[in-house]
Design a protein around this ligand. Sequence first.
Ligand SMILES: C[S@@+](CC[C@H](N)C(=O)[O-])C[C@H]1O[C@@H](n2cnc3c(N)ncnc32)[C@H](O)[C@@H]1O
Length: 207
Amino acid sequence: MVILMSKKEHWEQIYTERKPSQVSWYQSGPYLSLSLIELSHLKPTDSIIDVGGGASTLIDSLLLGGYTNISVLDISSQSLEHAKKRLGDQARQVKWLVSDITEFTPEESYLLWHDRAVFHFLTDAEDRKKYINTMRQSVPAGGHIIIAAFSIGGPEKCSGLEIVQYDADKLKNEFGNKFKLLKTINETHITPNNAEQNFTYYHFLRL
Ligand SMILES: C[S@@+](CC[C@H](N)C(=O)[O-])C[C@H]1O[C@@H](n2cnc3c(N)ncnc32)[C@H](O)[C@@H]1O
């Protein structure tokens, strides 16, 4: 018998069964994201959202860096519980949003939209359109988008799910003319099982 799980059930199960350090996308530190965030020259009070942030430690680094207006969104509440537990009292400084990004209605604008390995799960063109519309509406002109996705020739699946691989032209084409690509950086991510995964990071400016 084949049991079909919803997207949310899939992610809740992953974060219930595995420790954050056991998932393939685990990083000891989000160094490339942080270097691109530094290049964005944000003020400490500028609003930041980590889309599909899950249990990532990016939030820890941002709090340490003095940023005071941070939201973390994820479809999995369990993933956010891991992050909240790790942060302890500091968790109260963060806005935690449990939502599918394709159904998210932002209540504020964001000067930085960060997404590592989330957009690439959107295999349905309608979902990509909804994601990009939300990003376009909530990131004002002059805002920054930092997004990491599997590269062309990289893995075809992530967490057992199909993904879409990108290069700069393909992503620029998806995002449209309101986003200017400033920089791309390739990364070979080493998973906790010592497998290599080719990622590319893209830094866009909202025009
Ligand atoms: C590969 S993990 C990356 C997590 C984190 N960005 C990092 O780099 O450690 C993908 C994350 O996106 C979340 N996710 C998947 N699809 C989503 C969606 N449609 N909306 C919001 N979050 C989603 C998952 O729960 C998971 O935490």
